[in-house]
Design a protein around this ligand. Sequence first.
Ligand SMILES: *[C@@H]1O[C@H](CO)[C@@H](O)[C@H](O)[C@H]1NC(C)=O
Length: 277
Amino acid sequence: MKVLVLCVILLQGSQHVSAVELYEGDSVLLPCDFYTFDLDDPTVVWSREDLRPSTVHQRQHQGDELTEQNQAYRGRTSMIADALDSGDLTLNLTNLQLSDSGSYTCTVRDPRMGQRRVGDVQLQVKERFPTWAIVLLSLLVLLVLAVSGGLLFHFRHYFMSVYKVEVASGVTSAQLPCKTTAHLPVDTKVEWTDKDKWTVHVYENGSDRPEDQHEFYSNRTKMNEDLLRTGDLSLTLKYPTDEDTNTYTCTVYSKKGDILMKKQVILDVRGDQRSVL
Ligand SMILES: *[C@@H]1O[C@H](CO)[C@@H](O)[C@H](O)[C@H]1NC(C)=O
């Protein structure tokens, strides 16, 4: 076994085989050294034998000779300026593609010496983010979005802006604002309730419905005429007292009973300060 290994090394002679592993978009230096400064008119060729044309890069004394270069490598290869004088024949390959994976051969040609295969470099370019990772990540993002969206929907009332109205007791009326920019259809139902779920005012099918309202609010509420056209669903509460301090909810229902809008207004009716003193 040891003898066999030794034979292989001897057969390969001065060649040295290296392996490099990289990701898409990276740059890589493919190493190759040879005493080219001893030669009269050397040509260095980096090639991939599995490609047609096989030339990846070619350097002569006059400079780069890229007429036979494989177009897949166009603009992505370079060697140092004094490569042939220094013997450093390293190939700089930039913006790596998956298709760059393969075996690169560094060959030196000279009229006196003939052709010499100096080295092989195995290059393995990997996807930076494999498809399964992208799919998994996308699913995770979707899951997070769905969960947070559901939570937002569930707790949407906490995020609704709450309007606060303060009036002194003894004023003739308090105005609880509720406005929508939408042009509401004729069959829209608007309902005002307080925090005890008592019905304060109902407007349905184009008219007020005092029979649906809690008797506490009887004859004390009023909504604008023409409210469907103007979208102004504000409620006027006449002669408010301390007992009317409450949180009122303005809910707009579609014909099918879906909630189109829900707004809360806090009404604070201040007692007569003088009586406290
Ligand atoms: C390889 O070539 C690229 C593009 O010309 C250059 O930016 C980079 O510095 C080179 N890498 C080395 C190590 O010389």
